[in-house]
Design a protein around this ligand. Structure first.
Ligand SMILES: C[S@@+](CC[C@H](N)C(=O)[O-])C[C@H]1O[C@@H](n2cnc3c(N)ncnc32)[C@H](O)[C@@H]1O
Length: 281
């Protein structure tokens, strides 16, 4: 038998102290305040076994969010699991930019490509209650989480399974948003910081020797067929990809092409407006 305080101390020798605390709270269903005020409380044998297993998995590099089954994004808690990317704080910029544009339109149609756990579509549905949200992903597992998250946050999003625009047929939208996979397949970061536990398809286009932008190219290529005149395409990308993404947008005939920086000052989202320019052949 082990008391809460002792279990926390011992686990903190193997994993980060905060992670140990959050795992303990998750297993024992207690708050941080409980942990401090009742540190001498005994864990049940089942709790001790569960906690030891989770500490071992965390020590092996598995992300905390997958171990506790949830992550926070823009002040809301979302269910996450190994079928979907863990929300990243930098994606808040994509949501903010999209919400600002949608806010100027009456009943905008918005599509979120590669919705994962649904964070972008769900936040936009909450911030723009008059918008009609469609969200697509190729992963059935991710869509299962996204549907559960939409229900949890009380919003209606039409979730469709398939390859980028395919499930939307010939439908057009006022706004296309996407945080697509954009890490180059050869990037060594894919082997670090818990990324091997996340779905590879959520992180990279998988093309060996490529620049990671294959999904961006496909999204840009299809955008004009799915945007109303004057509609916007906004995409998140890697810290060193903005120039290439802007070039792809201009070449496809987009106007008002721009890049926005995230809270860390990194060029993170680029986009353009379906404009008057004729696409370059
Ligand atoms: C970087 S994750 C973004 C997830 C979520 N939007 C977020 O910001 O946390 C990219 C998503 O694109 C999806 N995806 C990859 N290839 C796809 C394809 N061909 N068609 C549709 N979705 C795809 C992945 O399953 C993954 O959920």
């Amino acid at each position: 038998m082990s008391c809460l305080g002792e279990a926390w101390r011992q686990a903190s020798r193997r994993i980060d102290r905060l992670d140990a605390r959050l795992l303990l709270e998750h297993v024992c269903g207690c708050s941080h305040a409980d942990l401090i005020a009742h540190s001498e409380r005994e864990m049940s044998p089942a709790q001790a076994v569960d906690f030891a297993r989770l500490v071992a998995r965390r020590a092996a590099g598995e992300p905390l969010a997958y171990l506790v089954g949830s992550a926070w994004f823009c002040g809301l808690e979302f269910a996450v699991g190994p079928g979907a990317l863990i929300p990243r704080p930098e994606t808040e910029l994509l949501v903010d930019l999209a919400a600002r544009r949608a806010g100027t339109l009456d009943r905008p149609g918005i599509i979120d490509l590669g919705t994962g756990s649904g964070i972008v579509a769900i936040l936009l549905a909450r911030r723009c209650p008059r918008a009609a949200l469609t969200a697509i992903d190729i992963s059935a597992a991710a869509l299962g989480l996204a549907r559960a998250n939409a229900a949890r946050h009380g919003v209606h999003v039409r979730f469709l399974e398939g390859d980028w625009y395919a499930p939307a047929g010939s439908e057009r939208f006022d706004l296309i948003v996407s945080n697509p996979p954009y890490v180059a397949a050869g990037d060594p970061h894919l082997c670090r910081n818990g990324l091997p536990f996340e779905p590879r398809r959520a992180l990279t286009d998988g093309l060996e020797g490529g620049d990671g932008l294959d999904c961006v190219r496909r999204i840009v290529a299809g955008a004009s067929r799915h945007l109303h005149p004057g509609g916007w395409l906004l995409m998140e990308h890697g810290w060193d990809q903005a120039r290439k993404v802007r070039k792809l947008l201009r070449t496809a005939g987009f106007g008002a092409v721009a890049t926005w920086r995230d809270g860390a000052g990194i060029e993170r989202v680029s986009g353009g407006k379906r404009g008057a320019l004729k696409p370059v052949q």
